[in-house]
Design a protein. Structure first.
Length: 224
């Protein structure tokens, strides 16, 4: 059983790891196994989309078995009722695909929420409603250049790039100022629907290695 996750702890952890895993599949039990496998390979923050059958049961299973320092949340959280159900299942953070009532409901309970937004107006609105960070989605529409332009007027908003981000694209978003990238299909493939875990584990290790390498290069560039 993992510890309580506050918005501050979530932000600090995501900044450190630069990675959020997103499980979406057709089998809740398989999604839970995939989420735990990602944690075992170095991912500390994993969300299970509520569009996955038996997602709440999967969240319960992952929460009970998660390694120390790892956290499970829910994705596609849209309503206050969704927030209540996820909280009851042990979900530790919420993720939305867009502006939704779940943002205020999560904030009211002190639960971290990564709120989906695309435009400057939506990004500002998400933070005004109590979001912990903005999930720039789908990030692939504008790429790292769009993220950089978006950050110019909003340097204080923590952005997480999600949607169309693969191993080759991740560093571009980090360089443009994203605190992290969210990884769904490029990480899990069909693992959330019962596919083999071994290839997914290999991809997970590759993403963790890329993030570590980026941090090493970033630290070296900052040396006098």
């Amino acid at each position: 059983m993992t510890s309580v996750l506050t918005p501050e702890v979530l932000l600090a952890g995501i900044r450190e790891t630069r990675l959020v895993a997103i499980v979406r599949g057709t089998d809740g039990a398989a999604a839970a196994k995939a989420a735990l496998a990602a944690m075992e390979e170095g991912f500390r923050f994993v969300e299970i989309a509520l569009t996955t059958p038996d997602a709440l049961a999967a969240i319960r299973a992952v929460r009970a078995a998660a390694p120390a320092g790892c956290f499970v949340g829910a994705g596609t959280v849209l309503t206050a009722q969704d927030v209540d159900h996820v909280a009851e299942a042990g979900g530790q953070f919420m993720v939305t695909p867009s502006l939704a009532g779940s943002i205020e409901a999560s904030a009211a309970l002190g639960i971290p929420v990564l709120a989906g937004a695309l435009t400057p107006t939506e990004s500002y609105e998400a933070m005004s409603r109590g979001a912990t960070a903005v999930k720039l989605f789908p990030a692939s529409i504008g790429g790292p250049g769009y993220l950089k332009a978006l950050r110019d007027p909003f340097p204080g908003i923590p952005f997480i790039a999600v949607g169309g981000v693969g191993l080759d694209e991740a560093a571009g978003y980090w360089s443009a100022g994203a605190i992290a990238v969210g990884l769904g299909g490029p990480l899990f493939g069909d693992a959330g629907s019962g596919g083999e875990l071994a290839p997914m584990r290999e991809r997970a290790r590759a993403f963790v290695a890329v993030a570590a390498d980026f941090d090493r290069r970033f630290a070296a560039e900052r040396l006098p």
